[in-house]
Design a binder for this molecule. Structure first.
Ligand SMILES: Nc1ncnc2c1ncn2[C@@H]1O[C@H](COP(=O)(O)OP(=O)(O)OP(=O)(O)O)[C@@H](O)[C@H]1O
Ligand SMILES: [Mg+2]
Length: 239
């Protein structure tokens, strides 16, 4: 569904990503872990069309989107929870979600949840602060709104940059629950996380990134052995 081939990208003269290649298929959760500054957010920005790769290709659903602007990718079913959340800050939670709901409906794709209440039960702030302008919410509350918005877009591929950042442990549990419930609904999910123990609970397989390269692949079902590999954890994950 998503194929990245030999992608290089950076900021001006600063190269960050070097020859990144991996794939995400529908109905799987892929984890991407790595230390601060590894290039995880840079990769997410390249996938979202916010940063143009200097070389390589990004293919989604069989066609090359490398040169496509971000909004076209969104229209085709790529949804992102970015580290800066990128919500409309002057609009209320309800208004932000209504825009996403409308785009999702127009796409003609299936809903992620047959009943939106299932989604809102897991992200309580959405109900509690529904008429609050987003700029008056805390970072963690905005994160919950960003997750709800991404799901209302009815994505085929969901990419999340550190969804647990700034959230209370109970809400982090809810997010894991959401990801578990999304399995088997035809959606491909890429989750970027610092917290490898968290990702190990939900991802089917994954990759370790360091200094702009993918340095290790975690095969299906092998998160436990990654966590037990002291050399790897010490070298790349700071644990
Ligand atoms: N806007 C920018 N301009 C210039 N350099 C940047 C910019 N954003 C990131 N970088 C550099 O790119 C490298 C990778 O940063 P990136 O934000 O992708 O890392 P990350 O893996 O997401 O880290 P973190 O875990 O802290 O979020 C770092 O060396 C960083 O200094
Ligand atoms: Mg980051």
């Amino acid at each position: 569904m998503l194929e990245i081939e030999a992608v290089h990208a950076g900021y001006g003269a600063l190269p960050v990503l070097e020859a990144i290649g991996f794939h995400v298929e529908e109905d799987e959760v892929v984890g991407l872990v790595g230390p601060n500054g590894a290039g995880k957010t840079t990769l997410v920005r390249a996938l979202a069309g916010l940063l143009r790769p200097s070389a390589g290709a990004i293919r989604f659903a069989g066609h090359d989107v490398t040169a496509e602007p971000g909004h076209r990718r969104a229209g085709e079913g790529m949804a992102f929870v970015l580290d800066n959340r990128a919500l409309f800050s002057e609009l209320t939670v309800r208004q932000n979600l209504a825009l996403a709901e409308r785009m999702g409906r127009r796409s003609g794709r299936l809903k992620c949840f047959s009943d939106d209440a299932e989604l809102f039960d897991l992200l309580p702030v959405v109900r509690e602060r529904i008429d609050t302008p987003v700029q008056l919410l805390s970072g963690g509350q905005q994160q919950m709104v960003a997750i709800a918005r991404a799901l209302l877009l009815r994505p085929r591929l969901l990419v999340m940059d550190e969804p647990s950042a700034g959230l209370a442990p109970l809400i982090v549990k809810h997010i894991l629950e959401l990801l578990h419930r999304l399995k088997g609904r035809g959606i491909g999910i890429l989750v970027v996380e610092q917290n490898v123990r968290l990702i190990a609970e939900v991802a089917d397989r994954g990759y370790v990134m360091s200094l702009g390269r993918l340095v290790h692949e975690v095969p299906r079902g092998a998160w436990r052995s990654l966590l037990e590999d002291e050399r790897l954890v010490h070298a790349y994950l700071g644990g």
